[in-house]
Design a protein around this ligand. Structure first.
Ligand SMILES: CC(C)(COP(=O)(O)OP(=O)(O)OC[C@H]1O[C@@H](n2cnc3c(N)ncnc32)[C@H](O)[C@@H]1OP(=O)(O)O)[C@@H](O)C(=O)NCCC(=O)NCCS
Length: 98
């Protein structure tokens, strides 16, 4: 769900939130239970994300801004700590993006 960017001519019209909501809806239909993103907590909280720590779930790479590590449950349950490693798509698998 990140990075997300809207052309400056079109910002502030709900497009960003609607794009994210579209993604959430799609992943729910696919049966995904937990969804993670890395971004501005003030913005992503508008679409249901909360801040978590790496004690709850490990990020794929070292976080330069740990306050931006965010999660939401897609099944309405509490977010319980999960074990194991995570990984991201190849295009974003670069330390400088994290
Ligand atoms: C952040 C961004 C994607 C938002 O998209 P958008 O279509 O303009 O946003 P929406 O219209 O869906 O939402 C607007 C709301 O988000 C708020 N908002 C926008 N950017 C914000 C930010 N960085 N932090 C907190 N709130 C933000 C607005 O104040 C507005 O709040 P309101 O609904 O209470 O009035 C867009 O401003 C953008 O492309 N910014 C530059 C790239 C960026 O910073 N991306 C985030 C990295 S993950």
């Amino acid at each position: 769900m990140a990075p997300v960017a809207i052309h400056t001519d079109w910002q502030g019209r709900g497009i960003g939130q609607n794009l994210i909501k579209y993604g959430i809806h799609h992943l729910k239909k696919e049966g995904v239970t937990l969804m993670f993103t890395y971004g501005d907590p003030n913005y992503f909280s508008k679409v249901g994300f909360s801040q978590i720590t790496e004690k709850v779930a490990k990020a794929p790479l070292k976080l330069s801004q740990p306050e931006g590590w965010l999660c939401q449950s897609l099944v309405g349950s509490e977010i319980e700590p999960i074990t194991g490693h995570s990984h991201c798509v190849e295009a974003l698998n670069k330390a400088e993006y994290w």
